[in-house]
Ligand binder design. Structure first.
Ligand SMILES: O=C(O)[C@@H](CO)OP(=O)(O)O
Ligand SMILES: [Mg+2]
Length: 425
């Protein structure tokens, strides 16, 4: 039994930022080091995501309890990992996949597997006495990511009459990460004043952005321009914009049209939607569009990439689900030029890193991402720096579940000191 042998693994049910149950895993090594990790949860989930195991008893938390996943950790995963070397992350994740034995992790549950996978990495770093980002990425990890801060929440993340899910401010022109946070937070505060003045509502959506009474992307982006200027910055100089329409959510498969159900009921085929994006990109400093087409509209995705891929970052979320197989298909078909990375879409740390590696080798951009149901766990911040991804999407500046990641990045920035870099995306 070596120093880094796993002595004990267990899990418990805790709550996420929406007040829904989620899983927290804990790992203790022979030598006594102990760490834990929490698992987030999405609302606009891709159909091909790994399965999040929930109990389904409607009388308790509306069926959302994760008791089965917790039991899978205690009864099945723990005996399998006991005595394994925590430094051998690939082997741990392989054992988890072997034990599960399914394509989509439906046996053990991706929530059970990911919680353990992340807790093992964290305990290994702690036992070695090095920061998690350095353990995960090695000595070359020094790039602090540009934050994509979702300040207007629509779609499945709020009750606002906005069909597009996310409008983000991107302080790419800031000199450092901490200045980027300041530029972003100041703009967010200016936005609040503006919304109040115009009586549009200052209630918040799931990711801590406002959920105002706006009904089009044009209105949302115009408002963001004004907020940026009010905060003393110039749109397109220090601060840029990004959107996640999350188009799978408003795609009508039978008529193959995108239907703006939350606002004016407009319907458009992909070709018109792409024209609309083009028009918006012409009017606003919009540098990144995620899920501009639906997960099962590969034709629409190809069109979007042909039309806008040379000038705009096109990020695949639902269409790739952090899965190397779907990414490979996308690369072959000329779909998107960047990928959103959400570890719980695939279910283990090693597979997440494999997807990041494939994206980078293929010249695709990489953006690390939270889920709309988050926790206070800042693992994602370390992963973003570890991968030198250069981009992170982790919400607004008004909820501690989102701020936890930004604050951890501020600590990492301090830790890297003069060797940290920013803005090379
Ligand atoms: O669509 C998305 O990119 C995410 C995160 O912002 O939302 P959810 O976690 O609900 O899938
Ligand atoms: Mg998305």
């Amino acid at each position: 039994m070596g120093r880094f042998s796993i002595h004990r693994v267990w899990a418990r049910q805790v709550l996420d930022s929406r007040g829904n149950p989620t899983l927290e895993a804990e790992v203790v090594l022979e030598e006594g080091t102990r760490s834990r990790a929490m698992v987030p949860s999405g609302a606009s989930t891709g159909v091909n995501e790994a399965l999040e195991l929930r109990d389904g008893n409607k009388a308790r938390y509306g069926g959302k309890e994760v008791g089965k996943a917790v039991q899978n950790v205690q009864k099945r995963i723990a005996p399998c990992l006991q005595g394994q070397n925590a430094l051998d992350q690939q082997e741990i994740d392989r054992l988890l996949r072997e034990l599960d034995g399914t394509e989509n992790k439906s046996n053990l549950g991706a929530n059970a597997m990911l919680g353990v996978s992340l807790a093992v990495a964290r305990v290994a770093a702690a036992a070695l006495g090095i920061p998690l980002y350095r353990y995960l990425g090695g000595t070359g990890s020094a790039l602090l990511p540009v934050p994509f801060a979702n300040v207007l929440n629509g779609g499945a993340h709020s009750d606002a009459p906005l069909d597009f899910q996310e409008f983000m401010i991107v302080p790419r022109g800031a000199p450092t990460f901490s200045e980027a946070i300041r530029f972003g937070a100041e703009t967010f505060h200016a936005l609040r004043v503006l919304l109040r003045e115009r009586n549009l509502g200052t209630g918040l959506g799931d990711e801590g952005g406002f959920a105002p009474n706006l009904s089009s992307a044009d209105e949302a982006l115009e408002l963001l321009c004004t907020a940026v200027e009010r905060a003393g910055y110039t749109p397109g100089k220090e601060i840029f914009f990004a959107m996640d329409p999350a188009a799978s959510e408003f795609f009508d498969q039978s008529s193959e049209a995108y239907v703006f159900r939350k606002s004016d009921q407009r319907r458009m085929p992909a070709v018109h939607l792409v024209e609309y994006y083009k028009e918006l990109c012409g009017r606003f400093p919009l540098i990144s569009i995620e899920d501009g087409a639906a997960e099962n509209d590969w034709e629409g995705w190809r069109l979007l990439t042909r039309e806008l891929g040379a000038s705009v970052q096109l990020v695949g979320d639902d269409v790739f689900v952090t899965n190397p197989e779907f990414l490979r298909k996308g690369i072959a078909q000329g779909v998107a030029n960047s990928i959103l990375i959400k570890p719980n879409q695939i279910g283990t740390l090693s597979e997440t890193l494999e997807t990041v590696d494939l994206a980078k080798r293929s010249g695709y951009g990489v953006m690390l991402s939270h889920r709309s149901g988050e926790t206070e766990d800042p693992f994602l911040a370390h992963l973003a720096v570890a991968c030198n991804a250069g981009q992170i999407k982790t919400g607004s500046f008004a909820r501690s579940d989102r701020i936890a990641k930004y604050n951890e990045l501020l600590r990492i920035e301090e830790d890297l000191g003069k060797n940290g870099r920013y803005g090379h995306w």
